[in-house]
Ligand binder design. Structure first.
Ligand SMILES: [Mg+2]
Length: 262
């Protein structure tokens, strides 16, 4: 972490989930405890993930979070004044279903010379389609590149690679665009307030739309191999990988908050 990253006045943490919060696929007790510590300090925590709708429903019900953005920005979930969950989609839910169905039909017709498998959580997705290349399946970098090249022929498809999936959707949303919409519509922040008060932490090229928008951004150490192919990079990088890196970030943040109060 670069010491010049001043988080003392920040009030929102957007965090990627896979390989940022999780370490080797698991949410470690020290990472979860650090989230609780930040939550008790009044910071609003908002996971922002390529993960599926079913996964996001579980996160907002059981973690110390204020909202969650899922499926690469296709929707967010928050609580209303009566603490009931409310879902906000980028387009209408019906439009997303039509788009998802057409992508699945296109994938069935791809001729790659090898098999591809949808992510196991595909039945719990409402907006996008995820191909598994590094979760339960293993595809080589060349195979991932071939899939991407084939899909790019569909000019209206958006394609992003996380550390485990290739996510595909139609529509002009992204993690960053939906984060801005949530901050503007739900928290009523101006553009300048977003730049000053929001911290983002991520680990992969599918986090670039967040690194682009939020100057107080951090990569966990395992982002380093991806940096050469990323246009928008984090301001600072932790020493530690994944969930250990998030703990490092939160400790840095809490120390700065307590120093600012003294
Ligand atoms: Mg990730």
């Amino acid at each position: 972490m670069t010491p010049d990253l001043d988080l003392s006045q920040c009030q929102y943490l957007f965090t990627d989930v896979d390989d940022t919060l999780t370490t080797g696929g698991q949410l470690l007790p020290e990472t979860f405890a650090a989230l609780w510590q930040l939550h008790h300090q009044g910071v609003r925590i908002i996971p922002i993930t390529g993960g599926c709708a079913g996964w996001c429903d579980q996160i907002i019900r059981t973690w110390p979070v204020d909202a969650v953005i899922g499926e690469s920005g296709g929707f967010y979930i928050h609580r209303d004044a009566e603490r009931r969950l409310q879902w906000q989609f980028w387009e209408s839910r019906e439009q997303h279903h039509i788009d998802k169905t057409s992508i699945l039909a296109t994938l069935k017709q791809l001729e790659l010379g090898f098999d591809i498998h949808l992510a196991r959580d595909q039945p719990f997705r409402l907006v996008d389609v995820a191909i598994d290349y590094n979760q339960d399946q293993r595809l080589s970098a060349d195979q991932v590149e071939r899939i991407t090249q084939h899909l790019m022929k569909q000019t209206d498809f958006r394609i992003k690679q996380s550390s485990i999936h290739i996510n595909i959707w139609r529509g002009d949303f992204s993690k960053g665009a939906m984060a801005e919409r949530l901050l503007r519509n739900h928290y009523h922040l101006s553009d300048e307030q977003m730049r000053q008060r929001v911290v983002f932490v991520g680990d992969a090229p599918n986090d670039e739309s967040m690194f682009e928008r939020f100057p107080k951004s951090v990569g966990v150490a395992n982002i380093r191999p991806h940096l050469p192919k990323m246009t928008h990079q984090p301001h600072s990088i932790t020493q530690a990988v994944s969930g250990h890196g998030v703990v490092e970030l939160i400790n840095h943040w809490l120390t700065q908050r307590s120093n600012a109060r003294d």
